[in-house]
Design a protein around this ligand. Sequence first.
Ligand code: ADP
Ligand code: ASP
Ligand code: MG
Length: 468
Amino acid sequence: MKFGGTSIGTASAMKRAMQIVAGEKEKNVPLVVLSACSGITNRLIQIAEAAGESRLDEAMALSGEVREHHRVLADVLINDEARRKAVVEKVEMYITELDMLIKGVDIVGELTARSFDTFCSFGELLSTTVFSEAMLEAGHENVWFDIRKVMITDDNFSIARPLEDLCEKNVKNVLKPLLECGKIVVTQGFIGSTRDGKTTTLGRGGSDFTAALLGAWLPSDEIQIWTDVNGVMTCDPRIVPDARSIRVMTFTEAAELSYLGAKVLHPDTIAPAVKQNIPVYVLNSLHPEAKGTVITNDPAILEGMSYGGLVKSIAVKKGQCIINFRSNRMLGRHGFMADIFNVFARVGVSVEMISTSEVSVSLTVSELASLEELLTELKKIGEVEIELDVATISVVGDNLRTSKGVAGRIFSAMKDVNIRMISQGASEINVGFVVEGEDVPKAVQNLHHEFFSGSESSGIFEEPANTR
Ligand code: ADP
Ligand code: ASP
Ligand code: MG
């Protein structure tokens, strides 16, 4: 059971999450994976940056806010005085470590990738500490577990990848026996450790990935991702308020959606589940009674809820830019694409969407990529233009593979929008296009209306969640 930041960010949210865990314990012994409380990882990143730029006062003030947040949680959730004192001491211990790190980085005057990950790790360490103690206070026996003992990763700080065989062995030897004794285990998402004990992180939003990996290594019967919406929806409800919850999806659909920008699941979550064929449930901690979404390849479940519509969901990825590259030398020449992609590889920029003609290539990349260096290098082999502040919109659904007419419907819904690029994914279950950032709400709302307001939207959807 993984709970995201908003599901444990406040005392009342933590209480709800605790009840959900206790309810599950009636049936199965859960392994509980927690994120940091909402907003805390962002604050830790600000602290790291402030320390690295020798803004010591700012870093220390922010650290005070992190301390205060967790002290308040302990105050509200833990009545027993001795226990509360012990929890506050544990919080203080982490904050003292954090403050020492701040001072160390300030003195050295440089924030390394290694220390950055250590900064980020305090969020999960603190949230799990408070949660575990609050569970004990409420009479739910559990064990707090430092996941860095089993989640051993490579040393690609900030985007570390687990050493799978070693981790699986560790989980089977160390974590599984705890669960088999009937104890709820409370542990951290997102963080890990190198073989030599340096703290690493798996990338933003990585707690979903942790939960899926642990679920696959145990293996567990199911993986539950508890968040703040009723499962995977037909679109981000922040953009389309009347988005509906999708009751069932295939692994491929869910993977595609998350790669294409739907933040509800970290893009790496699905692969471990597929490997062991473990169903992933995406559930709402604010409305635990809602059915949420099950992601599965189980034919019985999929057939039981067969879906005749074309599109199942719409994903949006903002903060992109288009690189338009042109060179007459491309005409009829082989090897030119290799030259272009070599530039991307050398500069370390990942390409997202591509569309080509005989003499030009358009590619999208994240606005956060090393754009200056990329453009300088590309200009050595051709003409380059860049369009900033664009977004990729993708419609996704297994039925796109076999159905006709989807492009027509997309483009009629998009008639008032300037489409900058188009691409149909090789997986055949998505069609994507790029629009200017300011056109996103209009484009997505029109598309949503086109695909989800008619009668084809059958029983696999629930009505708008009204959870916000
Ligand atoms: P958590 O902290 O629980 O990991 P996230 O903020 O990472 O939660 O993910 C949940 C958010 O994802 C939702 O609040 C919603 O705004 C956003 N989201 C984007 N696309 C979708 C989608 N297709 N279905 C549901 N939520 C989506
Ligand atoms: N706390 C981490 C983040 O904010 C990981 C997570 O929430 O999944 O990115
Ligand atoms: Mg998340």
